[in-house]
Design a protein around this ligand. Structure first.
Ligand code: AHM
Ligand code: MG
Length: 295
């Protein structure tokens, strides 16, 4: 523990959530180590439930996580972006939602990617107010995990599948620096494009095409990330249960804010497991301005 008065995130977790987080950390080197030979589309695979082609690496990471997480006592279900249905171990217990390889299109160009997870105390689909912990592993030059539990966010280095004990407190800095917005510019709504005009005058662009890596820039330097509603896709691209809500949980614990354009992503109803949602997260002032701009 880095500071006795402010326990880091994992120290705030109960026993089952601790096992979930440790299992994801243990799986991280295997996921990373398995990427090199799995950069191609899986010839056997269909599309994922969102209609996207799956890489061999997407399926590999999904199967590893399902095995490890459902083996934990107290985990009742596993759901992922890569599978249509919830996998059930039991009728009771926490349900864990994962995006096993977020930003996997970056694998071809060898850029950063991540694994996102959310631990819900209700059967999925469930809204973000049922999250008891959430986080992400970032496969960058270093493997790190950002974890939020009980309103507190910490970053760990993952070494040989273990979380290094020296956690760094994650608090979004006061003076925002970076922005990154997804979707094709001509496909943005007029109101969002007007907001971007103002943001571009104030912040510098950092966009790499993997939400985890782009959000981690915002957590580190302050600023705003969005994958907004598009003219061609009014609900955007990202999925609420696997991506939007877990990221919002981390960002809000780090002192930032999240929005679907109207309200916190943690307050958006989850009607379907794979439903999409416009995602805007980052420094609170930028999210307030975004909501005013889209009003
Ligand atoms: P994925 O989970 O299938 O990889 O898709 C999500 C990714 C996000 O990481 C990223 O923000 C977005 O898709 C980028 O989309 P695009 O390549 O269409 O700009
Ligand atoms: Mg993703």
């Amino acid at each position: 523990m880095s500071d006795q008065d402010t326990p880091h995130a994992l120290a705030r977790a109960g026993p089952t959530v601790t096992r979930v987080v440790e299992a994801i950390a243990e799986t991280a080197p295997e996921v990373r180590g398995g990427l090199a030979g799995r950069r191609m589309y899986d010839p056997e695979a269909d599309e994922n439930p969102s209609g996207e082609r799956q890489l061999a690496a997407d399926l590999y990471a999904d199967e590893l996580l399902e095995d490890r997480l459902l083996a934990i006592d107290g985990v009742g279900g596993y759901a992922s972006e890569e599978r249509e249905e919830l996998s059930l171990a039991d009728d009771e217990g926490y349900h864990v939602a994962c995006d096993p390889l977020d930003g996997s299109s970056n694998l071809k160009s060898n850029n950063a990617m991540g694994t996102i997870f959310g631990v819900y105390d209700a059967a999925l689909p469930a809204a973000g107010d049922h999250l008891v912990a959430a986080g992400y592993v970032l496969y960058g030059p270093i493997t790190t995990m950002a974890l939020a539990v009980d309103g507190h966010a910490s970053e760990y280095v993952v070494t040989d599948g273990e979380l290094e004990p020296d956690a760094v407190d994650l608090t979004i800095p006061d003076d925002p620096v970076v922005y990154g917005f997804g979707g094709r510019v001509p496909d943005w709504t007029e109101d969002f494009a007007a907001y971007v005009d103002a943001v571009e005058d104030e912040l510098k662009l950092r966009y790499g095409g993997a939400m985890i890596a782009d959000v981690n820039q915002v957590v580190t330097y302050g600023g705003v990330f969005a994958y907004p509603a598009l003219e061609s896709a009014p609900k955007g691209k990202l999925r609420l249960v696997f991506e939007g809500a877990p990221i919002a949980y981390v960002i809000e614990a780090a002192g930032g804010a999240s929005s679907n354009g109207e309200r916190s992503l943690l307050d958006v109803e989850a009607d379907e497991l794979h439903q999409r949602v416009p995602v805007h997260v980052g420094s609170a002032g930028y999210i307030e301005r975004l909501e005013r701009a889209l009003d």
